[in-house]
Ligand binder design. Structure first.
Ligand code: FES
Length: 233
């Protein structure tokens, strides 16, 4: 029996009642509503990462994050209950139910992850600009600036540890000694491979740093006395 419905566009996973999936969608909707309704885009020289460079382009880096392998594993397993762990005898909720992964319906968009990577790379300099802007605004290093920098570094580490980026820097080469600059390429590939081993952790850390930085700035906008000057120039 086909697991697709509505002309094959809506996968079975999206149609079955699943409180975790619908709570996740509800959190997303409330989150986006809050971002649009209560913006803190600029505050005392700080630029909120959700608005850098502008929330209007969020769909592209958002698509990059949504199609990341680290999150795919989690949302296919925990939101769609499929497939559960290999050692789990209850893999899938029905014998006839087959895991189709990125081969069915809207999940086919996951295949575009390698292209969304370019949006993820393009947006990185803006986070460093935001950090520099916060320094120049007050001619000092403040706690909030450190959070902006930590967020920029976490996002950079996550993006550069991407599996698609691994393919670009060296995964597409069969023989390093056969191509020009192969030695340097292999060196970069090895370094990226080390980063790649930590990709899943970096995916979650970078997500948390965005939310934490946003919350910190919202705390400032609520006049909480949490910011302090660490160094004057
Ligand atoms: Fe996670 Fe590319 S696989 S960002």
């Amino acid at each position: 029996m086909s697991r697709l419905d509505w002309k094959g566009l809506v996968p079975y996973e999206l149609l079955e009642p699943n409180w975790r999936l619908w709570s996740f969608i509800a959190i997303l909707v409330v989150g986006f509503w809050a971002l649009m309704t209560f913006p803190v885009s600029q505050l005392s020289g700080y630029i909120d990462p959700f608005y850098s460079p502008t929330i209007l382009i969020v769909p592209l880096p958002g698509a990059f994050r949504l199609t990341c392998y680290a999150y795919r594993k989690d949302y296919h397993r925990h939101l769609f209950n499929h497939p559960l762990g290999c050692a789990n005898p209850d893999r899938g909720d029905a014998v006839s139910r087959k895991y189709t992964g990125e081969r069915s319906g809207v999940f086919q968009l996951e295949n575009f992850h390698r292209y969304f990577l370019y949006a993820g790379l393009a947006i990185l300099p803006f986070f460093y600009y935001d950090f520099a802007h916060s320094l120049a605004f007050a001619d000092s290093l403040r706690l909030g600036s450190l959070f902006l920098l930590a967020n920029a570094l976490a996002l950079t580490a996550w993006t550069l540890s991407c599996h698609a980026f691994r393919h670009i820097v060296g995964g597409n080469v069969d023989c390093y000694s056969c191509v020009a600059g192969g030695g340097a390429r292999k060196d970069i590939y090895d370094r990226q491979s080390w980063l790649n081993k930590h990709h899943e952790a970096l995916a979650w850390i970078s997500l948390l740093t965005i939310f934490f930085t946003d919350l910190y700035l919202r705390g400032l906008s609520a006049h909480l006395p949490i910011d302090t000057t660490l160094l004057r120039f």
